[in-house]
Design a binder for this molecule. Structure first.
Ligand SMILES: [Zn+2]
Length: 63
């Protein structure tokens, strides 16, 4: 009877810190989360949809 010995490597604590996506450069609308039609002008970081709704509330008026 052959005894199969499996040498298990010592569990090395090699935990890498997960880099969360939430950082400085998030290219998503901060309201709905979509990245379509994102407006980065003036550090708005919101899509066109939300811009129409929220834009008026923060001082942006339609021309
Ligand atoms: Zn949006």
């Amino acid at each position: 009877m052959a005894e199969a010995e499996k040498k298990t490597r010592g569990s090395v604590a090699d935990k890498k810190l997960r880099t969360k996506f939430k950082g400085k450069s998030r290219r998503k609308c901060r309201f709905c989360g979509s990245a379509k039609g994102l407006i980065r002008k003036y550090d708005l970081y919101m899509c066109r949809r939300c811009f129409r709704e929220v834009g008026e509330g923060i001082g942006f008026r339609k021309y």
